[in-house]
Design a protein around this ligand. Structure first.
Ligand SMILES: CC(C)(COP(=O)(O)OP(=O)(O)OC[C@H]1O[C@@H](n2cnc3c(N)ncnc32)[C@H](O)[C@@H]1OP(=O)(O)O)[C@@H](O)C(=O)NCCC(=O)NCCS
Length: 192
């Protein structure tokens, strides 16, 4: 699905491609805006109010400069070159979950949600994981985040829960898993 310069979405000419260091600023904007709109009321205000594009850009630039072969970082780009979403994945950061791959993060700009972009990004992360011999995938989501219904819509099943600390608040997080990535990809690519 993802090859060469990336693939275009049949429905709206959105292209999925590997991220480059030069995308850091655009990624930072999607990330900061998305945190501020999605997590208000779930994450302490001082954490959200303290987010800024410049600091966040430096963080993403650093990460993209050191991404290496072990992780996948994809962006969704409009036909005029605007980055409107991103997703990252790679080996599961926790050893004892029973899932060897992980979707680390996925964010789509507000205006571009509900257009199938998130699904295409998840499918492409899943394809990358399969290509790198991972067989399953897990994702963590704040329990109050409606994104959990997105993962359910993609066939993810509830796996476990934990508390995480963000800005000195303890917040419930739940995980969804796809135990058989090949089945997941086949089912959705056939439908796409
Ligand atoms: C969650 C998110 C990534 C989903 O991406 P998206 O592009 O809006 O979702 P898509 O349009 O690809 O939706 C795919 C499917 O999920 C369903 N879906 C998406 N969001 C949903 C929601 N909140 N509730 C119920 N179903 C939802 C869609 O209806 C669609 O179903 P279909 O395939 O049967 O038509 C996006 O909304 C987002 O970035 N949210 C803010 C940031 C965030 O919460 N990220 C996740 C952090 S863990």
């Amino acid at each position: 699905m993802l090859s060469g310069q990336g693939t275009r979405c049949r429905k709206d000419s959105m292209r999925i491609r590997h991220a480059r260091v030069e995308d850091a600023e655009a990624i930072s904007r999607v990330h900061v805006d998305s945190w501020k709109t999605t997590y208000r009321g779930m994450v302490p205000d001082h954490v959200l109010d303290g987010l800024n594009y410049e600091r966040n850009t430096l963080r993403w630039r650093e990460m993209l400069s050191n991404i290496g072969e072990m992780k996948c970082f994809l962006v969704a780009e409009t036909s005029d070159g605007q980055v409107v979403g991103f997703a990252t994945g790679g080996p599961n950061r926790e050893l004892d979950t029973g899932y060897n791959g992980e979707l680390y993060a996925i964010y789509i700009s507000n205006e571009n949600q509900n257009r199938g972009v998130g699904k295409r990004l998840v499918l492409n992360i899943a394809l990358w994981l399969i290509h790198h011999r991972y067989t399953s995938m897990l994702v963590w989501v704040l329990e109050k985040n409606p994104a959990k219904y997105f993962y359910e819509a993609l066939g993810g099943c509830y796996v476990s829960r934990k508390k995480i600390e963000i800005g000195s608040a303890l917040i419930d997080e739940i995980s969804f898993g796809w135990p058989n990535l090949a089945e997941f990809v086949n089912a959705h690519v056939r439908k796409a």
